[in-house]
Design a protein around this ligand. Structure first.
Ligand SMILES: [Zn+2]
Length: 83
């Protein structure tokens, strides 16, 4: 079992910041950069090309990132929200 699968299974500790049915986001244990977050699929994959649910993984950084301000009446392209 790889280290990420052990974290997902709870066999290794992590500082989880987000979790859903397909993905887990947690802080990098090295803490080299403040807030450096890893987002991994819950289903084991060898590399990014092997990930079956890459779309789900890629949505997480966008949803967790601060959204840029938008002008009143303009659609916010990052979130789809209107301000
Ligand atoms: Zn794994």
């Amino acid at each position: 079992m790889c280290v990420f699968c052990k974290i997902i299974a709870g066999e290794l500790p992590s500082n989880k910041i987000f979790e859903d049915a397909e993905t887990l986001a947690f802080l990098d244990i090295k803490n080299d950069y403040y807030g450096h977050t890893l987002v991994v699929p819950k289903k084991h994959c060898v590399n990014i090309l092997d990930a079956e649910n890459l779309d789900a993984v890629m949505r997480i950084p966008v949803s967790l990132s601060p959204q840029p301000p938008s002008r009143p009446g303009e659609e916010n392209s990052a979130s789809g929200r209107k301000s």
